[in-house]
Design a protein around this ligand. Structure first.
Ligand SMILES: [Zn+2]
Length: 147
C-alpha cells in the first residue's frame, strides 16, 4: 500500500490517499478530510494562473492541461472528448483546462503559440506536448502510454 498527496480543489487541504483507491470505480469515494468534497474530479478542472501550482504541480497524479479559448473551433471540438476522458481516466490522469485569454501568465510561461495545445505533467515535469486536436482513441492511447 502506498499513499499519494492530492490537494482538494475546493479548500486546498492536502489529502493523503491510498493509491489502491485510484480506479474510476473507487475514485468517487475519496473525500477531502476537511471539507468532504470529492478530491478526484470526474470532469475537467478549471486551471488558472493562481491555482496552477496546487491543481497541477502539487497534484500526486499525472495531469493533462488543455490550453484553449472559447473562440477556437478545434478546442470546442475536443471539449466533449476531454469530458469523457476525465471520467474514463479518473484516478489515473486529471484533466485541467486553462483559458489562455484569461491566464496570460501560464500562456507565456509555457510558450503557448497555437491552441489547442495539451501538455501532460507529472508534478513540475512536462511528459509530453500535443499540438492540435487528436481523435479520442489516439489521445487516450498516447496518454496511457506515458503514465
Ligand atoms: Zn477540501
Amino acid at each position: 500500500m502506498s499513499n499519494i498527496t492530492l490537494p482538494c480543489t475546493a479548500c486546498g487541504t492536502l489529502n493523503r490517499v491510498d493509491s489502491e483507491l485510484l480506479s474510476p470505480e473507487q475514485a468517487g469515494r475519496v473525500h477531502c478530510g476537511k471539507c468532504k468534497a470529492e478530491v478526484i474530479a470526474d470532469q475537467p478542472v478549471i486551471g488558472t494562473d493562481a491555482n496552477f501550482s496546487r491543481e497541477v504541480e502539487q497534484y500526486g497524479l499525472p495531469v493533462l492541461v488543455d490550453f484553449w479559448a472559447p473562440w477556437c473551433g478545434p478546442c470546442r471540438m475536443i471539449a466533449p472528448v476531454l469530458d469523457e476522458l476525465a471520467q474514463e481516466l479518473r484516478g489515473q490522469i486529471k484533466i485541467v483546462k486553462v483559458n489562455v485569454d484569461e491566464n496570460p501568465g501560464l500562456s507565456n510561461r509555457f510558450s503557448i503559440r497555437s491552441i489547442p495545445t495539451m501538455k501532460l505533467f507529472r508534478g513540475t515535469s512536462e511528459l509530453d506536448t500535443i499540438a492540435g486536436a487528436l481523435p479520442k482513441a489516439a489521445l487516450k492511447a498516447r496518454l496511457l502510454g506515458l503514465i
